[in-house]
Design a protein around this ligand. Structure first.
Ligand SMILES: Cc1cc2nc3c(=O)[nH]c(=O)nc-3n(C[C@H](O)[C@H](O)[C@H](O)COP(=O)(O)OP(=O)(O)OC[C@H]3O[C@@H](n4cnc5c(N)ncnc54)[C@H](O)[C@@H]3O)c2cc1C
Length: 169
């Protein structure tokens, strides 16, 4: 059986296809499996990725947002630190990937905007802002008009938002 792989599985060897076995066998060729495969292969390891539908799992559905500040939640301070470190490392990772593949991936470092409509939503945003302030994260609290200036497609009923300033990190 072959996935989209650099190396064959045992069944192929049994058929006399190729004789070498991989150093690393990765089951699942989504973002995570393929990133690991790329790095392992760059280290000189023989890598096989097995996946009947590579790149068609959650990685295909994802919006591609990295929003470590607006996704910071109470009780998840350690995760927030990890997310921030990952977001910091990401541009260099993307630059390397684009240079190696010659393909742009459309990554933009533009922050994220969380918006709300009514008074309850504003209270949630205020709580989030309080947490973000305590964690020393870079954000600004905006009214509805300022949110629509940033994102004109927002509904007129949006009454406020939190804008994470990832670019300022
Ligand atoms: C709707 C949606 C929106 C999202 N938006 C974001 C976002 O904006 N930002 C963000 O950071 N994250 C987002 N995520 C989360 C993100 O998509 C996942 O965290 C990420 O894609 C996980 O990558 P993965 O490689 O682990 O999984 P996947 O991309 O799902 O890859 C798993 C692979 O394993 C394969 N597989 C499964 N079973 C087997 C098997 N038995 N044998 C061989 N292969 C198998 C599948 O075919 C698949 O290709 C979103 C997720 C969803 C669903």
């Amino acid at each position: 059986m072959w996935g989209r792989s650099a190396q064959p599985l045992a069944s192929d060897r049994d058929n006399g296809a190729v004789s070498e076995s991989p150093d690393v066998l990765i089951i699942g060729g989504g973002l995570i499996g393929l990133a690991i495969a790329w790095r392992a292969s760059a280290l000189g390891l023989r890598v096989t990725v097995i996946d009947p539908h590579p790149g068609e799992g959650a990685s295909w559905s994802a919006a591609g947002m990295l929003a470590p500040i607006s996704e910071a939640h109470f009780g998840e301070e350690a995760l927030t630190r990890l997310n921030l470190a990952a977001a910091e490392a990401y541009p260099a990772f993307i630059e390397e990937l684009e240079a190696e593949t010659g393909t742009g991936c459309g990554y933009r470092r533009c922050g994220a905007l969380v918006v709300g409509f009514d008074a309850d939503d504003m209270r949630v945003l205020d709580d989030l802002a309080q947490l973000q302030r305590r964690l020393g994260l870079a954000f600004e609290r905006l009214g509805g008009r300022a949110c629509r200036e940033l994102e004109p497609m927002l509904a007129p009923a949006v009454s406020g938002g939190l804008h994470e300033l990832l670019a300022a990190l």
